[in-house]
Design a binder for this molecule. Structure first.
Ligand SMILES: N[C@@H](CCC(=O)N[C@@H](CS)C(=O)NCC(=O)O)C(=O)O
Length: 217
């Protein structure tokens, strides 16, 4: 399998965690800025030009959650990231949607806006993203009371989504000190070997973080 990705990308880390959890072999096709050949291959596979994209034999699979579902179906390992029982799987998928839509998306809005020229900044959109993050942190703090992992009582797809989402969201819009369950969960995610590896591999790229990476994590 070939994964078109960049180690510093949050959605790529989401899939890298799943691959590392099960020691699944793959080749990284690095989408480095300026590598036109890799970019052209990526665009021909997925004209939407979002990463990651997985190529598995003749199949091209896009969207991080779907790639993780694909891995569970076609390359299962000892760590099952989508539970077998369909009701429990639904809880996992709901939390996965929560992290993508309400943590990752507003975090990307804030980071993406900071890359724009001053005259193209979207102050209103960024303010909305910050409000959404505050609401999401508050909801998550209640949801995580008494929970180790996001859903199903075990590490899952939802935690693969949560790890990079909370990692970068806390950099872009710090999680309030009152949200101790969210902080504790973020620390647990950082201690998980699969995510710790993804974070370490991405360390050299921290100077690319447009808001300035804090000196921690
Ligand atoms: N819905 C996609 C989102 C992927 C995404 O936003 N990837 C970012 C990197 S974290 C990207 O490709 N950005 C490049 C761009 O926006 O042109 C998924 O779940 O995989």
């Amino acid at each position: 399998m070939k994964l078109y990705a960049h180690p510093f990308s949050s959605y790529c880390q989401k899939v890298l965690i799943a691959l590392y959890e099960n020691d699944t072999p793959f080749e990284l096709r690095m989408l480095a800025p300026g590598d036109e050949q890799a970019a052209a291959e990526h665009e021909s596979l997925w004209p939407l030009k979002r990463m990651p994209v997985l190529v598995d034999g003749g199949r091209t699979v896009a969207e991080a959650s779907i790639i993780i579902e694909h891995l569970g179906l076609h390359h299962p390992g000892p760590v099952r990231l989508i539970p077998e029982e369909s009701g429990t799987a639904l809880q996992v998928r709901m939390m996965d949607r929560f992290f993508d839509n309400y943590i990752m998306a507003p975090m990307q809005k804030i980071v993406g806006d900071s890359l724009r020229a001053a005259e193209h900044r979207d102050r209103h959109g960024v303010a909305e993203a910050r409000t959404l993050l505050d609401t999401a942190y508050r909801w998550l703090d209640d949801a995580m009371a008494g929970r180790e992992w996001a859903a199903a009582g075990a590490f899952s797809l939802a935690d693969c989504a949560a790890a990079p989402a909370l990692f970068y969201a806390d950099w872009a819009h710090p999680i309030g000190t009152g949200y101790s369950n969210v902080h504790a969960y973020r620390r647990r995610l950082l201690a998980r070997p699969s995510f710790a590896r993804a974070v370490d591999e991405a360390r050299p790229y921290r100077p690319l973080f447009p808001l300035g990476a804090p000196d921690r994590d």
